[in-house]
Design a protein around this ligand. Structure first.
Ligand SMILES: [Zn+2]
Length: 86
């Protein structure tokens, strides 16, 4: 059995996922929010500031980075300005 450490709450759990079952639901809600944000605000080849996305969606930088690494957000991620983070 493989133990993973949850990216959100830090608890240990048995799964291949990045987050524990408790946090999976929160992930899904936030990914939904991110998708809405993209649908409503993103068009064409504009570049987006990470901090704007964070303040508009309420998703933390850590979680946002994790979502953007997923293939479903790859297109959007390529339009994010990565400067000035931390
Ligand atoms: Zn968790």
């Amino acid at each position: 059995m493989n133990f993973n450490k949850c990216c959100r709450c830090g608890c240990f759990f048995v799964s291949e996922n990045a987050v524990c079952p408790n946090c999976e639901q929160k992930d899904l809600i936030e990914m939904g929010r991110l998708k809405n944000y993209i649908e409503e605000n993103v068009s064409g080849s504009d570049f987006y500031n990470m901090n704007n996305v964070i303040s508009c969606t309420g998703i933390t930088a850590n979680n946002l980075n994790r979502f953007l690494a997923q293939s479903q957000f790859a297109d959007f991620a390529s339009h994010i300005e990565k400067g000035n983070l931390d």
